[in-house]
Design a protein around this ligand. Structure first.
Ligand SMILES: C[S@@+](CC[C@H](N)C(=O)[O-])C[C@H]1O[C@@H](n2cnc3c(N)ncnc32)[C@H](O)[C@@H]1O
Length: 263
């Protein structure tokens, strides 16, 4: 039985237009937190990606494999749960506990050196990870080669409303150099489309993006078991509050790989 705290957490984390994420245990989500709640944007992405049972999906930068479990359960796909920092043995334990060991393969992978055959995947999904490696001009063209023609690429990353030319005054106390990896929707669209290897089908910023992000941080600042996570979440919530949607946003993109040009 869920206690009062559990109910309160569930209520705070229930987003009416994201019912599939709302069915997951808030404690399970908070325990493995590595950033903004990954299930919310993933639910938005899969609604537009047309994933079908049995498809081969690479979850790139899967972290603690929460998104891989979600993909396997909600879409019935086979998932390669690829990450650099997280030990795949730890991911396997979490995947098995979630009952998905037969459908999710955890791997230690450097996104810049993918160990797969070209055209192997029906889709690549990446949630809150792509900006760590994908801003390189050579990256999108190389990644597209691992997806079959007509396959899908779905990415969600924290982003900015306008390209950052200098540190905005109101963000000076909160600035982190890693924010340089954040870009606008238009920047990402251009970065992908100029390869000629993918066609962006949909690109959008969820309207309530920064508010949901702040809510998630506030909840983690209260409820995470680990003090380091609570402190990092508190600081992130304060940064978002100070910014109030002026700079930070979320960026979602869904693209289709194009067929290679004939001879
Ligand atoms: C903020 S965490 C997000 C993890 C997970 N997607 C989630 O939302 O919970 C970013 C992830 O990107 C992964 N990552 C960063 N650079 C990477 C690289 N070069 N290759 C593969 N994964 C990378 C890290 O290992 C980390 O788990």
């Amino acid at each position: 039985m869920e206690n009062g705290d559990g109910k309160r957490l569930r209520e705070r984390l229930t987003i009416p237009h994201l019912p599939r994420s709302a069915a997951y245990d808030p404690r399970w989500m908070i325990e493995d937190v590595m950033g903004p709640n990954p299930l919310w944007p993933l639910e938005e992405l899969i609604g537009r990606m047309g994933l079908r049972p049995g498809m081969r999906v690479l979850d790139l930068g899967c972290g603690k494999a929460m998104t891989s479990v979600f993909l396997a359960r909600e879409c019935g796909v086979q998932v390669w749960a690829a990450d650099l920092w997280i030990d795949p043995t730890d991911d396997l334990r979490r995947i098995a506990e979630a009952g998905c060991a037969d459908r999710v393969v955890p791997l230690r992978v450097q996104a810049r050196e993918l160990p797969f055959a070209h055209g192997y995947f029906d889709a690549v999904v990446s949630v809150d990870a792509y900006h760590y490696f994908g801003t390189d001009d050579f990256y999108p063209g190389c990644l597209a080669d691992f997806i079959r023609p007509g396959g899908m690429l779905g990415v969600t990353v924290p982003g900015v409303r306008a390209e950052i030319e200098r540190v905005p005054g109101h963000l000076r106390p909160w600035w982190q150099w890693e924010f340089m990896s954040l870009h606008t929707l238009a920047w990402w669209r251009r970065h992908w489309e100029l390869t000629g290897k993918v066609r962006v089908l949909e690109a959008w910023e969820p309207e309530e993006g920064w508010r949901l992000w702040r809510t998630w941080c506030e909840v983690c600042a209260e409820a995470a078991a680990d003090e380091t996570v609570r402190e990092a979440s508190r600081r992130e919530a304060e940064t978002l509050e100070a910014d109030a949607g002026r700079t930070f946003t979320f960026v979602h993109l869904v693209a289709e790989t194009t067929a290679p040009a004939g001879p």
